[in-house]
Every structure is written in C-alpha cells, then in structure tokens.
Design a protein. Structure first.
Length: 500
C-alpha cells in the first residue's frame, strides 16, 4: 500500500499559499424508477437484478426521461437559488466506463437544468460564506464495482465484479464556482457545504441522503497558488468522498500535501485522487480529463427538457424551510446555547432530535438520548445510528415512561438496548423484561425495613439528623430490587421509618 506523502504543517501551508476549492456533490434521487427506464431504484437488491435493455445499453433500446426526476432536479435548483433553464438538453459523455455497459454516461453539458445559484453556508466561528453554484445538472449514476483482493481496492485486486443495479439511477450533480477566501476554514467550509446540501435534499424528500450508501457523495477539488499570484494553481479532484468528516480531512490533507510538493520545487499533477478513510490519506487515481476529452455531443434519443413556468412556480411553492433558517428557529425554540446546539448538528442528529421533540419529549431529553446513549451504542457496534433499530417514537416513549415514573435512567437504558436488539417497542421490552419501576409501598417498605435492620448504625445516624446517610440504605434497597425501586419514594420511606 502506498504510504502517506510528505506533508507541510497546515498553518504554514495557509501562510504561504492561497487555497482555492471547488466542490461537486452528487445526489442520488429517490424516485421509484431509474432515470431513463422503468427498472426499480432500490438499494440492496441482489446484484444485476434491477436491469433491463435500456440501462444495460443493449442495441436498439431507447431511453425515456423520468418526469419525477426532472421535478426533483428543478426543486434542488430552486433551493440553491438557481435559474431554471427554459431548455435543458441531455448529452453523451464519452469515457471508458466498466460500470456503464453502453460506455457513455447520459448527462447534461452546456444546457443544464439549473445554473447560476448561491448558497449561504455558516461555519463554526459564526462566519457565513456565500458559495456560488455554477450549475446543477441531471445525469445517470454508474454501476458498482467490487474489487476482489487488494483489501477491496483496485490497486492489487485480483479481479473486479460489476453490479449494474445502480447504473441509470437518477443523479443531480451540483457544481460550485471556485471558492476563494476560505483560508484556514477551507476544510470546514467544504464539510459544512456538503452538510447543507444534504440537509436540503433530505428536507425536500428528493433523496434518502445517506452518505454511507453513496446517496450523497462529494468530489473535492483543491488547488494552491503562492500569495500574490493571479494564475490559479493546478487542481486535484478527490473522488467520491462519502462522509462529512472525510470531506474535511481530505481537503486538509490535499492542502498539506500540495504545499509540501510546491515548497520542494515540484509541480502538482492534475489528476483524480482517492481518499483512504482508514489511513487518512489520498492516493493518485488517473490523469484528470477536461471537458473536451469527453467528446460531449447532444443525446440523439432524448428531446430537450422544457419545464413550464407554471410547473416551476408550483415546485417553488412546495419548497420546505431553508435549513439555515430552520436551525436558527429550532435553537431559539429549544433555548440552547451555540455549543450545545452545535453538538446536535455535528452529530448529524438534528432531524431525529426534532422529531422526538415533536412527539412530546423535551429538547434536552431528546438530545441526551440521541447524542449520548444511542450514539455510544452505534460507535461501540461500528455502525451508523441510522442502522440501529430505534426511532424518534421509541425515544419519546422512553422519555414519557421516565417522566411518569415507570422507568429510571438505568432501566430506560436497558429498555433501549432491548429495542435496538429487535425485541419490540419500548412498552413491549419493559413488559417482557420486567423493567418497570416498583413504586408499591408494600414492597418498598419491606425492602427498606430489611436494609435498616442490616445497617442499624446508619439508622442511628439518620435519627441523629444526618439525612445524607440515607444514601447507603437507598443503595442497598436498589440492589435488593435490581435497580427497579423508585429511589425518591425509597428515600421518603427511609426518613419516615427513621422517625417512627
């Protein structure tokens, strides 16, 4: 395996060079069918089962545009403050595609569906960057290659397998204009921008937006130029980065790698690069092609896309609340400070917390469960929280049972574990595991009397006015009752018995 390149200290790199970044975010749409055929657009099917002559590129097969995908693409363009083209045309992008059997990608080139937009992106220090959007265009996804041997990478693999299920899935590619002036915030800005794109498409329900499945992925372009130089530096494009943390780390790494090369008198190769999440470095892919190399020409089998003004305005009227406005509103409604609220956003759990609050839980309780216990379990199992069998409804029910005194925190954690293990709803797990707090005075009094009899010296301390000594008796009662006693009621009973 190729080792990490020599890197320059990040702060030194920023001091010597101006960073210019550009981001290409690919969003898989969640339409029922593919972009140009009627095959199912679903994740996780057996390989090569959602295919037909059109998406396999068989001779004589003719494509037809997915109208829902066009509407979703327009919605994305409007959400990014883009102009919508009166005439949008598909083109053939010619390239060697081992995972597109027709050997070209049906995309858009000089006539995209949406163009010339902008998006305001806040970063952690309170600064807001306005990121220019060059275009948002429609295209089809490629299939999926699985490399056997070589630790799953193409380098060193014995052979590769191809699954065409994803070939033809609708994509919107969102391309920024070059982003200047981010300086040391460039890595964070890249991650924050991708996060905001993902929030937008998720809020509009045009994509499942699960980065771990590749529904949203980013190609990160990075170039450096010496301070005071007008000519842009040579860029690299780190392909298909599919987590927010990896976007930030990949941009930071490329800044440090390129700075070290330039400082030593070397030159940057215009190329694609691959991000290795396990080792936190990029490696060279292929020399980067320019548009002319793809030999674009208009797709002869598809007519232009010409959305009416009425359709565009209808879609505009259905756009959800802007994510930045929503975050500001929720933070104010929940009464949280910046750091506390940022914990939720950075944990990627804003939707889950919001839904839990809407089901009756307090914001603090919802935050505690999602960013605390649920995140801990996901980390310990090496999973995304979305892979755990727990919903906002479960968390709200859990919190309601705590509020009503039926569960304490310890029992609630055990109930949550049962839900995640697939044992049923919160109520079903509490019932089947016998977890409900015991608040029956008869059972509690018997347990208190036993504990006091076992520790007469503690009883004397309580009678002497040292009420804090009751903690030892409470602990004994909780142990006796396997943590299911109502601790507040136990304390009341201890003090009552001590006075009798």
């Amino acid at each position: 395996m190729m080792a990490k390149a020599e890197l320059m200290d990040f702060d030194k790199a920023i001091e010597k060079y101006e960073v210019v970044i550009g981001l290409e975010v690919h969003v898989e749409l969640n339409t029922n069918t593919k972009m140009f055929c009627g095959c199912a657009n679903v994740f996780g099917s057996e390989p090569n089962t959602n295919v037909c002559p059109v998406c396999l590129g068989l001779p004589g097969a003719l494509p037809a545009v997915n109208g829902k995908a066009v509407e979703s693409s327009i919605a994305i363009g409007l959400a990014l403050n883009c102009s919508i083209a009166a005439d949008g045309r598909f083109a053939r992008k010619n390239y060697f595609y081992p995972d597109l059997s027709k050997n070209f990608q049906t995309s858009q080139y000089d006539e995209p569906i949406a163009y010339d937009g902008e998006l305001e992106v806040p970063v952690s220090n309170g600064k807001v960057f306005t990121v220019g959007i060059e275009r948002a265009h429609m295209e089809e996804d490629a299939g999926k290659l699985t490399h056997v041997g070589g630790a799953g990478r193409i380098q060193g693999a014995e052979y590769s397998l191809v699954d065409f299920n994803r070939a033809g899935v609708p994509l919107v590619e969102i391309v920024t204009k070059p982003i200047f002036g981010a300086e040391e915030l460039a890595p964070e800005l890249a991650s924050a921008y991708v996060r905001q794109i993902r929030e937008i498409v998720k809020a509009m329900d045009v994509s499942d937006a699960r980065m771990e499945r590749g529904n949203v992925r980013c190609d990160a372009n990075v170039s450096l130029r010496p301070r005071g130089q007008e000519k842009l530096g040579t860029r690299t494009e780190t392909k298909n980065v599919n987590s927010l943390r990896s976007v930030e780390n990949a941009v930071r790494y490329e800044i440090q790698r390129q700075a070290a090369i330039l400082e030593s008198g070397g030159s940057i190769t215009q190329e694609t690069r691959h991000w290795h999440e396990d080792k936190k470095y990029t490696s060279a892919g292929r020399p980067k092609s320019d548009a002319d190399d793809y030999r674009y020409f208009p797709e002869p089998d598809l007519v232009p896309v010409q959305p009416s003004e009425e359709l565009i305005e209808k879609i505009r009227s259905l756009l959800p609340e802007n994510p930045a406005s929503r975050r500001a509103r929720l933070q104010a409604e929940w009464g949280m400070g910046d750091n506390e609220f940022r914990d939720i956003v950075n944990s990627d759990l804003l939707d889950e917390v919001d839904q839990t609050v809407s089901l009756g839980a307090t914001a603090q309780a919802a935050k505690k469960w999602w960013t605390g216990e649920i995140a801990r379990i996901a980390n310990s199992e090496g999973k995304e929280f979305t892979e755990l069998a727990v919903t906002p409804k479960d968390v709200a029910e859990l919190e309601q049972m705590i509020s009503s005194g039926k569960l304490n925190d310890r029992l609630a954690r055990e109930a949550l574990a049962g839900v995640i293990a697939g044992e049923g709803t919160v109520a079903e797990v509490v019932s089947s595991r016998g977890l409900e707090v015991v608040s029956d005075d008869g059972a509690l009094t018997a347990a208190v009397d036993k504990a006091l009899a076992d520790q007469p010296d503690v009883l004397e301390k309580i009678r002497a006015g040292k009420e804090q000594a009751a903690g030892a008796i409470i602990g004994a009662v909780m142990k006796e009752m396997r943590g299911q006693a109502d601790a507040a009621r136990v304390r009341e009973l201890i003090l009552e018995r001590a006075k009798s």
